[in-house]
Design a protein around this ligand. Structure first.
Ligand SMILES: Nc1ncnc2c1ncn2[C@@H]1O[C@H](COP(=O)(O)OP(=O)(O)O)[C@@H](O)[C@H]1O
Ligand SMILES: [Mg+2]
Length: 258
């Protein structure tokens, strides 16, 4: 079964001044179970709107999204979002941040701490369970956000430019960590990024969105062996090809604005 079917969705926002903003038009694609999909495309191309619809935070104006055979009609712990800005509760310790959603799910105290500790270890933060977000670096905060999302044991992990605010070194480390976790936990992942390098490193499939309203411009499967090295010829070649598509997508959006 497909993990996700996005079936001809469009989204029009009505702003406070009663203006219509067409964010997405007639967009369809499917994602297989455990697939790692990256979405690239110019700003304003509807990427966040698409993720918000899949998360169930927004409703499509037309069309539907089906997750594991069921039409999405609101948020669910089976689809969890990780944002660029480490949306942690500053007044809660690392462990309590990760346990928070589990409490909402009705898991008892002993069990949820045990469960949370497993995910703290998975992201390598055992020594920081009692620390507060303000005591952590950006990379560590994002590790907590990832652990918190994984602790909910979602089927689908939605990540909206999760490493966009991190320095290059931290970002590369987190990419590898996320891939290791993905190999272990086997989730379906939808990951928005501005970095072609990141998309080629992470993805089984790369979707390029463009236009205004946004829609799918290209869909490319990435069959490079895992443990990818960005200096290998296959990597360099695919990256160049995708850069070309992304540039075309950007040019298209620029021409639509003029
Ligand atoms: N809540 C909203 N109300 C009105 N317009 C919105 C809202 N959210 C997004 N938009 C508009 O929808 C378009 C797509 O935005 P977005 O999905 O954030 O793009 P991206 O994430 O690709 O940069 C933009 O024109 C944006 O201004
Ligand atoms: Mg966005």
């Amino acid at each position: 079964m497909n993990a996700l079917v996005v079936d001809n969705i469009s989204k029009t926002f009505i702003t406070k001044n009663k203006k219509k903003v067409h964010a997405i038009s007639n967009t369809s694609f499917t994602i297989n179970e455990n697939e790692f999909v990256c979405i690239l495309g110019p700003s304003g191309g509807g990427k966040s709107t698409l993720l918000n619809i899949i998360a169930g935070f927004e409703e499509p104006t037309s069309g539907q999204v089906i997750a594991h055979g069921q039409k999405i009609n609101g948020p669910s712990p089976s689809r969890i979002m990780v944002f660029q800005e480490f949306a942690l509760f500053p007044w809660l310790s690392v462990l309590d941040n990760i346990s928070f959603g589990l409490e909402m799910k009705g898991m008892g105290r002993v069990k949820r701490y045990e469960h949370a500790k497993y995910y703290v270890a998975l992201v390598g933060l055992e020594k920081f369970v009692d620390s507060y977000p303000s005591e952590l670096s950006g990379g560590m905060k994002q590790r907590v956000a990832i652990a918190r999302a994984l602790a909910m044991q979602p089927d689908i992990l939605l990540m909206d430019e999760p490493f966009g605010a991190l320095d290059a070194y931290t970002r590369e480390n987190l990419q590898q960590e996320l891939l290791n976790i993905w190999e272990k936990e086997r989730k379906t992942v939808l990951f928005v990024t501005h970095s072609v390098d990141e998309a080629v490193t992470m993805a089984d499939k790369i979707i390029i969105m463009a236009g205004s309203p946004g829609t799918i411009h290209n869909e490319i499967s990435n069959t490079l062996d895992r443990k990818r090295v960005n200096t290998e010829p296959g990597f360099v070649e695919l990256k160049a090809q995708i850069q070309k598509y992304v540039q075309r997508a950007g040019n298209l959006n620029a021409s639509l604005k003029n």
